[in-house]
Design a protein around this ligand. Structure first.
Ligand SMILES: [Mg+2]
Length: 453
């Protein structure tokens, strides 16, 4: 029988526990180059509220997890993770890794923490960081990349990892089990295919709103040369600018490359429909986040109004229940889950299963700090052992900040190559944390001295 997560090795004390949860406020100065700029976020400093679970297991393994923010407020996000420390210290390492769902349930179910949500916002994202750290530790202890751990896991065990509360009108444990059992057929062949071809990616690199037309054109051509078949442009600040930028992008990539557009919640429902229709001559593939992430019926109205342009959302979708409603209302064509917006891998398993049940393709949100590193595992699990397809699917790719990670993503010919190192790939290099810790890291301290002159 294959080892299960959390198996106790001969050399470690059976009583090994989590001994420390160290947190770090890590900020990168991305606003200097307008990397990441969009219609609602003109000057993001890509940041991670970062947590490390340490243990006394004697194997030297740590669980690393984080939540992505864009700068100010990262200190609040770190404080929220700090508030979880008492729930983590002293937990049995073997039990935690054998059943990360127990941690997810304890944290999301804690009545006093729950009051701050329920299951949304800063506290929920903090729980996501802690839960993802537990999965990282579990995968490292099993010696597998997380996608492989999930793809190899018993369907019954995976179902037990999911909190079906508020979902059973759309997805029951029996539905989930059926989907996961069906997903097992041909999994070994698909894992081999994944190793050869990778998982399709699309790139947002050309399309940041602050980039000049020249830079946009150059990067769009480069993306096609690099093998990408889809790019994405930020839109929504000025319609004339968007027409000009779409024209330039379409001229750069030709008629056969998809151009998705992303408004980052800029519009009300009516203006969203009008704006997308105005850009229709340039053949946009999807409109992403046209309006508030909470407006399920608004998305449905926009979808009806802009067809055949597809509607995509999810990076700010606060939990599995809103995803359920988006699917039930027929409000989206593309579901964009995010690795650090919800309460970690367990909730994202529920979201992947919901999407599979409704037959809606998942194209995860990535970029930011380390989001590419994390979401690739979820999509690869989905391909190998759940939906069995990459049709209509692609993981977002942004070429920023990967150099700070121990196990950075590998992109070849427009595809993510599957990670092989054990874990969830979200471990920052120690020297990057030392440099970009805010405000005391070496980079920020030097900035402070410059400002003081
Ligand atoms: Mg987006």
């Amino acid at each position: 029988m294959a080892a299960i997560p959390g198996t106790v090795s001969d050399s470690e004390p059976a009583s090994a526990v989590v001994t420390a949860v160290d947190t770090y406020d890590v900020r990168f100065p991305t606003s200097r180059e307008l990397d990441g700029s969009d219609a609602m976020n003109p000057d993001p400093d890509y940041s991670a509220a970062y947590a490390v679970l340490r243990t006394d297991a004697g194997d030297g393994l740590e669980g690393h997890g984080f939540t992505f923010t864009i700068g100010r407020g990262n200190d609040i996000q770190v404080a929220a993770i700090d508030a979880l420390r008492p729930y983590l210290i002293g937990r049995s390492v073997a039990e935690l890794c054998a059943d990360p769902g127990s941690l997810a349930r304890d944290l999301t179910g804690d009545s006093q923490l729950r009051w701050l949500g329920p299951e949304k916002g800063v506290m929920h994202m903090a729980i996501g960081a802690a839960v993802n750290a537990a999965w990282d530790l579990a995968a490292k202890r099993q010696g597998k990349p997380l996608w492989r751990l999930l793809a190899d896991a018993d369907p019954e065990w995976l179902v037990r990892q999911i909190d079906f509360r508020y979902l059973s009108d759309a997805l029951t444990p029996e539905d989930a089990l059926q989907l996961l059992r069906a997903g097992r057929e041909g999994a070994a062949e698909r894992a081999a295919t994944l190793g050869e071809r990778g998982y399709p990616a699309y790139t947002t690199a050309p399309g940041w709103l602050g980039y000049s037309d020249e830079k946009l054109t150059r990067l769009a051509k480069q993306a096609v040369a690099d093998g990408f078949t889809q790019i994405k442009l930020k839109v929504g600040a000025d319609l004339d600018d968007d027409r000009r930028r779409m024209r330039a992008a379409r001229a750069a990539v030709g008629p056969d490359v998809r151009i998705a557009i992303d408004a980052n919640q800029r519009w009300d429902v009516g203006p969203a429909v009008e704006w997308v229709k105005a850009l229709a001559p340039y053949d946009p593939y999807w409109i992403e986040e046209p309006t508030s992430p909470d407006d399920v019926l608004g998305h449905a109205a926009i979808r009806a109004g802009v067809a055949p342009v597809k509607v995509a959302t999810g990076e700010h979708c606060q939990n599995r229940i809103v995803f359920k409603q988006l699917l039930q209302a027929g409000a989206i064509d593309i579901l964009q889950l995010d690795a650090t917006r919800v309460a970690g891998v367990n909730e994202n398993l529920a979201i992947l299963l919901l999407a599979a049940k409704f037959g809606v393709p998942v194209c995860p949100h990535a970029g930011g700090v380390g989001l590419c590193e994390l979401v690739q595992h979820l999509s690869m699990f989905d391909y190998v052992a759940l939906t069995g397809t990459t049709d209509q699917r692609a993981i977002e790719y942004v070429d920023h900040l990967h150099e700070h990670f121990e196990d950075p993503v590998r992109i070849e010919r427009g595809a993510y190559l599957p990670p092989t190192a054990p874990g969830f790939s979200g471990q920052l290099k120690a020297e990057s944390i030392a440099a970009y810790r805010y405000p005391g890291g070496t980079y920020w301290a030097a900035e402070g001295e410059e400002a003081a002159v």
